[in-house]
Write a protein that binds this ligand. Structure first.
Ligand code: NAD
Length: 349
């Protein structure tokens, strides 16, 4: 039932790889190469089932197509997932085997870091594959530009929903204090926001309480915290039909990919008057910074991308335009953003 699955969106190519000596099992999903090579990170997770891993790869690769199209980047969308507990099975031999797998796809797919993969892991894969970016020698850790981009998006959300410039006094509930969530929390704190935080890692929560004056709440309560903005920065699928009914914030905007579990969750937010900022617009900073490397490749003058700071700042205006378009068309921002992305992809290169 792969072809009929709701997350199979006419993907161009889906590859399943295994390497018995190292225990590697991975799925690479290429959603679209119409605008350029499919780009998307590598996620390393202990999925409960192969089906869950496939769905994640399909969903995430589609979101990558939308993300790059809306950011005006000359690339398509893809994603790779490695199945297994990175703490248990990740080692040099497995990462090399992974690099050899993506070499077989060749130039139509390029990847980088995502959840479960570090810059050091990317560098290990890069020893055998030219199709991985994000080593410290090129674009480096994408979580920093991602956090900066999320801040530009949050600024647009606060302006649109509360007609306020900046974060002074805003109560923001941050779910997940990892590479991006912590970066967002630090910047919000520096700009006068009051933080409410949750993470399954107690050390990360303790540090935010001590260093950023945050108030900690249990992981199960962060989505219904008494906040102005709920910022999901952990994993996807957090806005379900049930959680959408419990959110007390008036806006949802964060870094996590695929925050809406399904379209119904988005509808419920809209019915409750809660502004949802499409995640792939907010969290494009990582791919935008990765694409800066394109500017140094000779012969790609036609595909130059604007300088990093300018590209990250553009997230603010792009989101404002999507909110305005959604209002004008009586759609949710997620629907308006998706339509816009599909139009851009449909026009092709
Ligand atoms: P990360 O692994 O560094 O951080 C995730 C954090 O979430 C960890 O601290 C983890 O303990 C916490 N967490 C996990 N489950 C949780 C739960 N149930 N409740 C609360 N906290 C929980 O990952 P990251 O790089 O910060 O990425 C975060 C999200 O942003 C992911 O969805 C990722 O796909 C997305 N994203 C990241 C980037 C990037 O550049 N790193 C770019 C675009 C999108």
């Amino acid at each position: 039932d792969v072809w009929d699955s709701p997350v199979f969106d006419e993907h161009e190519q889906v590859c399943l790889f295994s390497d018995a000596p190292t225990g590697l099992k991975c799925i690479v999903a290429i959603h679209s190469t119409r605008l350029g090579p499919a780009c998307g990170g590598t996620r390393f997770r202990p999925y409960q089932s192969d089906r869950e891993a496939l769905d994640d790869a399909l969903r995430l690769s589609r979101a990558m197509s939308y993300k790059s199209a809306l950011a005006g980047l000359p690339v398509g969308g893809g994603k790779s997932v490695i199945i297994g507990d990175p703490r248990a099975i990740k080692n040099r031999a497995l990462l090399h085997a992974y690099g050899r797998c993506i070499n077989r796809i060749g130039a139509s797919f390029a990847t980088g870091e995502d959840v479960g993969m570090s810059v050091a892991d990317v560098e290990t894969v890069a020893e055998v594959s030219p199709y991985i970016a994000g080593t410290s020698a090129n674009s480096g850790d994408p979580s920093i530009p991602t956090a900066i981009g999320v801040m530009h998006g949050l600024r647009a959300v606060v302006k649109w929903r509360f007609d306020q410039d900046g974060f002074h006094g805003m109560r923001v509930a941050v779910q997940g204090l990892g590479a991006v969530g912590r970066g967002v929390a630090e910047r919000l704190h520096a700009e006068g926001a009051q933080l409410i935080v949750a993470d399954i890692r107690e050390d990360a929560v303790a540090a935010a309480v001590e260093q950023l004056g945050a108030r900690a709440v249990p992981v199960s309560d962060i989505h219904r915290a008494d906040a102005d903005v709920f910022a999901p920065c952990a994993l996807g699928g957090v806005i379900t039909e049930a959680s959408a009914r419990e959110i007390r914030a008036r806006a949802v905007a964060g870094a996590a990919n695929n925050q809406l579990a399904d379209a119904l969750a988005g509808q419920i937010l809209a019915e409750r008057g809660i502004l949802f900022a499409p995640d792939y617009v907010l969290n494009a900073g990582g791919i935008i910074s990765g694409m800066q490397a394109l500017n140094t490749i000779p012969g790609r003058e036609e595909a130059k991308v604007p300088p990093l700071e300018e590209s990250l700042a553009a997230i603010h205006d792009r989101l404002m335009r999507i909110f305005a378009r959604a209002d004008a068309q009586g759609k949710t921002p997620a629907e308006a953003a998706e339509q816009l992305a599909r139009d851009i992809i449909g026009r092709g290169r």
